[in-house]
Design a protein around this ligand. Structure first.
Ligand code: GCU
Length: 138
């Protein structure tokens, strides 16, 4: 199946702002995390089945410092201090991928900044759901 796209500006934001002053984002903007530990964005995503899903975060980091974030799924840490390295400019957007286990149905995916720099600017999360059972061959 194709990944489902979740815009960061439509997610639940804690200590961050929706902005649109750096070109190249998708949707109507991106989230600028406050420059502090604990600023966060929480996505609510739906999965058709339980299993391993691929998460692809689209982000920009115009500094040279990594801006790691903890990724929690349904309240449990799933990726510890996932790195979001500098992309060269705030208008240069790259992707960072990780795999997590999702439940069938509704899941929460929360990304929390772990340094005083806050998170990167976050444009979008794409979720590739767990692969289903193989197609039946006639
Ligand atoms: C700059 C940039 C913001 C970014 C911020 C940061 O102010 O314009 O988009 O979020 O730096 O360092 O987090």
């Amino acid at each position: 199946a194709a990944p489902t796209q979740y815009q960061a500006e439509s997610a639940s934001i804690s200590n961050g702002l929706v902005e649109s002053n750096h070109a190249g984002f998708t949707g109507s903007g991106f989230v600028n995390y406050d420059n502090e530990v604990g600023s966060s964005v929480e996505f609510t995503v739906s999965s058709p089945s339980a299993g391993q899903a691929t998460l692809t975060f689209r982000f920009a980091n115009g500094t040279t410092a990594n801006r790691p974030m903890d990724v929690s799924v349904n309240g449990s840490l799933a990726a510890d201090e996932l790195s979001f390295a500098g992309t060269g400019a705030w208008t240069t957007w790259q992707t960072r991928t990780t795999t997590v286990n999702l439940n069938a149905g509704t899941n929460t995916i929360k990304t929390v900044a772990t340094t005083s720099n806050g998170g990167p600017n976050l444009d979008r999360l794409d979720v590739e759901p767990p692969s289903g059972p193989p197609d039946t061959v006639a």
